[in-house]
Ligand binder design. Structure first.
Ligand SMILES: Nc1ncnc2c1ncn2[C@@H]1O[C@H](COP(=O)(O)OP(=O)(O)OP(=O)(O)O)[C@@H](O)[C@H]1O
Ligand SMILES: [Mg+2]
Length: 198
């Protein structure tokens, strides 16, 4: 897995959000992108997963790279149970690994068999499910946008150990946030400002 971004430029409603941004990330790297509100972190992730088109520049990923992403608020089928939501997503790619999913739910103290609609889940619970979705299919490149939002101390520690395991398995993880997640063993911390990473 190698992600190579060259001269990426994105304007939104006339505003230059990303300005000839460059970034190369290799397998097994853990990268932290920090940046103020509105600096373009979520925009960068949306471009990587093709939720948006760039105005200029290139994003190159090996063809077989499978990307998992949690960008802004995870979206769900609100009137369905968590299991129905997860099954639906994982089965799109015929990648439903129930033992792995159950293990992740257990790690986060969530009940996979709870019949309650996701609509009634708390912010932190939704965030946990969003994190699980981004890693449950053994994705190679994982993009996490403000992943710790709403997580309590125990969940934060679980999250950190999950990320450390992913890196150990040579997965690539890019985390965007404005707070410092100093407990995590980042290879690089890059600041997004004025449309560029420094
Ligand atoms: N749909 C949109 N309409 C108008 N402006 C937008 C839109 N999406 C993004 N922007 C603008 O692009 C800039 C970058 O937004 P982005 O959401 O990428 O920032 P961010 O770094 O993720 O911020 P935050 O830390 O608040 O999540 C902001 O100035 C924002 O106003
Ligand atoms: Mg954002």
């Amino acid at each position: 897995m190698r992600l190579e971004i060259v001269n990426l430029t994105k304007r939104i409603k006339g505003q230059l959000v990303l300005n000839q941004l460059n970034l190369t990330v290799d397998s097994g790297e853990l990268v932290h992108i920090i940046g103020a509100n509105g600096s373009g972190k979520s925009t960068l992730f949306k471009l990587i997963v093709n939720l948006m088109d760039a105005d200029d520049g290139t994003i190159t990923l090996a063809p077989s790279t499978y990307v998992g992403a949690l960008i802004e608020n995870p979206s769900f089928m609100e009137n369905e149970s968590v299991k129905r939501n997860i099954e639906f997503l994982a089965k799109i790619n015929h990648n439903y690994n129930e033992p792995r999913i159950r293990q992740l739910f257990q790690l986060f103290n969530l009940d996979y068999d709870n019949k309650k609609r996701i609509q009634g889940y708390s912010l932190g619970m939704r965030q946990k499910v969003g994190i699980i979705q981004s890693i449950m299919e053994n994705q190679d490149l994982i993009l996490l946008d403000e992943p710790t939002r709403g997580l309590d101390q125990e969940a934060l520690e679980t999250f950190q150990s999950i990320v450390s395991n992913l890196i150990h398995e040579q997965k690539t993880v890019i985390i965007a946030s404005h707070d410092n997640l100093s407990e995590l063993p980042f290879d690089r911390v890059l600041k997004l400002a004025n449309g560029k990473l420094e």
